[in-house]
Design a protein around this ligand. Structure first.
Ligand code: MUC
Ligand code: MG
Length: 374
């Protein structure tokens, strides 16, 4: 008798952030996680997470929409299916639902977590094993205030928690944004790498001006300066400047990766399990980058511990990860819904031991932070 999926729950969890987090498209005061619990007939439970940024302002799936999609369409398609066949279950989901990659990613994580627990091996072992067990992690300075950002960076450098800082820009006039970035780079000097993420906010003309000034200021990487659809424009910028250009919103899965590679539109790909529909989609995207000689970076949708550790298992198996990761989501929230939060030290995130993800839900915290608490 096969081991079948018996239930799937999607739970909205609202967590306060440690400070306001300002991006081009939204200011976050809290983060909403969609936590998935998938149970199987052998009594094993797998957990997963789908999380986005700023409601519907970043991507096409909202937390509430993800829950609705899972409850109404994806969970019913999974009930009764073989819980031990992850590819089989995902093929079924791809048949009943187009797109909805964040929701699918959470379910794939839960299936892999359960299967790892079933076999008594870490999720990364299911993927073939790790080539590294710690991941370099940068921190995003996004308080909205230059002096406060410098103070934050100095503290995190002294604590040996981060030595690379990403600045979220694109809200203000190009010159004001560049002045903010240059002041931070001047203060930190060679002690830290500084990158920027424009989150598509600039026109191509703004980008040509802005990137020239950022390059002169010693910035190491420019992430998604223009609209995701403007791939040819991204290729023009990549050809024009020496500073590497990273595609984030423009690269969701392997098909985007192929097209960007063909156009020479990016020096670096930001990989995220959510936008690729899960760990396997992320690995396929990474493989296209490898084949095209494009450097890789482990991105985040600012997930809590569950989604972050799922991505970490995947990133630890990648042959190359030249630009490290930004898996700092668990550090941006004041509290989380797992028993033991991930370990950050010496500028890196360390994979937990234990089967599957290596995490357990904290039932009291889950009860406290779930949106539908009684
Ligand atoms: C993004 O676009 O990269 C990553 C770090 C952060 O602060 O926001 C995210 C989203
Ligand atoms: Mg980005």
């Amino acid at each position: 008798m096969a081991t079948t999926i018996t239930s799937v729950d999607a739970i909205l969890v609202d967590l306060p952030t440690i400070r306001a987090h300002q991006l081009a498209m939204a200011t976050m005061q809290q983060q909403t996680l969609v936590i998935v619990r998938l149970r199987a007939s052998d009594g094993i439970e797998g957990i997963g997470e789908a999380t986005t940024i700023g409601g519907l302002s970043y991507g096409e799936e909202s937390p509430e929409g993800i829950k609705l999609t899972i409850d109404t369409y994806l969970a019913p398609a999974l009930i009764g299916q073989d819980a031990t066949n992850v590819h089989g279950a995902m093929a079924r989901l791809n048949k009943v639902a187009r797109g909805n990659r964040f929701a699918k990613s959470a379910l794939e994580t839960a299936l892999l977590d359960a299967q790892g627990k079933r076999l008594g091996v870490p999720l990364a072992t299911l993927l073939g094993g790790t080539v590294r067990d710690a991941l370099p992690v940068l921190w995003t300075l996004a308080s909205g205030d230059t002096a406060r950002d410098i103070e934050e960076a100095e503290r995190l450098l002294a604590e040996r928690r981060h030595d690379t800082f990403k600045l979220k820009i694109g809200r203000r006039a190009v010159r004001d944004d560049v002045a903010h970035v240059a002041a931070i780079k001047r203060a930190l000097g060679d002690r830290a790498r500084v990158t920027v993420d424009v989150n598509q906010a600039w026109s191509e003309a703004d980008a040509a001006t802005g990137i020239a000034m950022l390059e002169a200021a010693g910035i190491d990487l420019i992430e998604q300066p223009i609209a995701r659809e403007n791939r040819v424009g991204l290729a023009r910028l990549a050809a024009r400047f020496v500073v590497p250009i990273m595609a984030d919103e423009a690269v969701t899965g392997p098909e985007d990766a192929m097209e960007l590679a063909r156009l020479g539109a990016a020096d670096v790909f930001a990989l995220k399990i959510a936008k690729s529909g899960g760990i396997f989609g992320m690995l396929r995207t990474a493989a296209v980058g490898d084949a095209a000689g494009i450097a890789l970076y482990g991105g985040t949708m600012l997930e809590g511990s569950v989604g972050t550790i799922a991505a970490a298992h995947g990133f630890c198996t990648l042959p190359q990860l030249a630009w490290g990761t930004e898996l700092f989501g668990p550090l941006l929230v004041k509290d989380d819904v797992v028993v033991e939060r991930p370990a950050y030290r010496d500028f890196a995130l360390h994979l937990p031991d234990g089967p599957g993800l290596g995490l357990a839900l904290d039932e009291d915290k889950l009860a406290h932070y779930r949106r539908d608490r009684a």
